[in-house]
Design a protein around this ligand. Structure first.
Ligand code: PLP
Length: 396
């Protein structure tokens, strides 16, 4: 053990030396637009709490009531004795909202992506994946024996080349896999064009809509609604851990046969505990709010537009778009250092944002990723911009 310990010490030191060591700030409050950490009070602009449902009183109340009515834990996987009526109720609600026939719950979207590919795609098949897809998609694809093809981020010409390559390789089933929204840029996948290409080649379309479900599209149904392809996506995965209350849980929404087969074969579903009753009840309430309340979605849009406009006016370079993920760019060789100094200076001024640099984003493209929420007030948004300006002046 001593030799292993020594080697790990060196590995950890290297992570620190590379400036990649992550230190977790501890909150002393619930997740919200205003939080406290052990060091400071801050406006929170780095949560995936897009609709402000993480501490919504109705969601909390639903979870609390579920503790009394449904108990604390299931102590079983779904197929033994871990399925309550509300688990099925949530699955049907997710399917209905997504516009698919059926849906199946997993402990997380990471697990959903980890389980889905090996069930549906074998050595005879081809998986064509966007290069910037989420880590869980990359891992899930690795677990399947299908041939793998990768295309450049949102690059339709390259996607066509990969579809041709898969066809020439004689693939039985082909699937194109993409995030609905790319988390570092806030860019939408061009789903209409992807569906057109997939149709031309007889391929299926798979979208991970974790950064969209609940708030993207007119009714918040996701990127497929935003892009006008509601009924053209075959498989949708998503999380309950972001806009939909932010607790935990993920799902696959798809054709009934796909979901049925996943219940029989998906390993993270078969061999991992059912989602906790309070989380199921809270998520059901969160989904109900997301469905019915156009108002928080509108506030999120207004906040995002205001932030993007004010930052541009203040002379910051912001990646174009409409998604609440708003990357504020710090280009150049010393961008990584400046971004992280600005983020630190902002926290000292009571605004919590996170800087990202290589290898999370390409070299020379360091950024502070701001995430707006419906829970922010206009005053909060203005305070965030003011903190950016002051921090920039301070850092130089
Ligand atoms: C957040 C995220 C996940 C992971 O979701 P969890 O439910 O937290 O495991 C998967 N895919 C994408 C695209 C995500 O953004």
């Amino acid at each position: 053990m001593y030799a292993v310990k020594q080697a790990l010490v060196e590995e950890l030191e290297q992570i620190r030396a590379d400036g990649l060591y992550k230190v977790e700030r501890e909150l002393t409050t619930p997740q919200s637009s205003h939080v406290s950490t052990t060091q400071a009070e801050a406006l929170n602009f780095c949560a995936n709490n897009y609709l402000g449902l993480a501490d919504h009183p109705d969601v909390v109340a639903a979870a609390r009531e579920a503790l009394d009515r449904w108990g604390f834990g299931m102590a079983s996987v779904r197929f033994i004795c871990g399925t309550q009526t509300q688990h099925r109720e949530l699955e049907r609600a997710i399917a209905d909202f997504s516009g698919t026939e059926e849906a199946i719950l997993f402990s997380s979207c990471f697990d959903a992506n980890g389980g889905v590919f090996e069930v549906l795609f074998t050595a005879e098949d081809a998986i064509i994946s966007d290069e910037l897809n989420h880590a869980s998609i990359i891992d899930g694809i690795r677990l399947s024996k299908a041939r793998r093809f990768r295309y450049r981020n949102r690059d339709l010409a390259d996607l066509r080349r990969q579809l041709e390559a898969a066809r020439d390789a004689g693939a039985r089933r082909t699937v194109v896999v993409t995030d609905g929204v790319f988390s570092m840029d806030g860019y939408y996948a061009p789903l209409e064009e992807i569906c057109d290409l997939a149709e031309e080649f007889g391929a299926m379309v798979f979208v991970d809509d974790s950064h969209a479900v609940g708030f993207v599209g007119e009714h918040g149904r996701g990127t497929h609604e935003h892009c006008g392809v509601l009924d053209r996506v075959d498989i949708i995965t998503g999380t309950l851990g972001k806009a939909l209350g932010g607790a935990s849980g993920g799902y696959v929404a798809a054709h009934a046969e796909i979901v049925d087969l996943l219940r029989q074969r998906a390993r993270p579903y078969l061999f991992s505990n059912a989602v906790a009753p309070s989380v199921v009840a809270g998520s059901l309430k969160a989904l109900e709010i997301a469905r019915e309340a156009a108002e928080p979605r509108e506030r999120l849009r207004t906040n995002t537009a205001l932030f993007r406009r004010l930052m541009a006016q203040a002379g910051f370079e912001v990646l174009e778009g409409t998604h609440p993920i708003t990357p504020v760019m710090f280009p150049g060789d010393d961008g990584a250092r400046r971004a992280s100094q600005v983020a630190d200076a902002m926290l000292a001024r009571g605004v919590y944002v996170i800087a990202f640099s290589y290898p999370v984003v390409p070299k020379g493209k360091a950024r502070i990723r701001v995430q707006l929420s419906a829970a922010h007030s206009e005053e909060d948004v203005r305070a965030c911009v003011a903190a950016f300006v002051a921090a920039r002046d301070e850092v130089g």
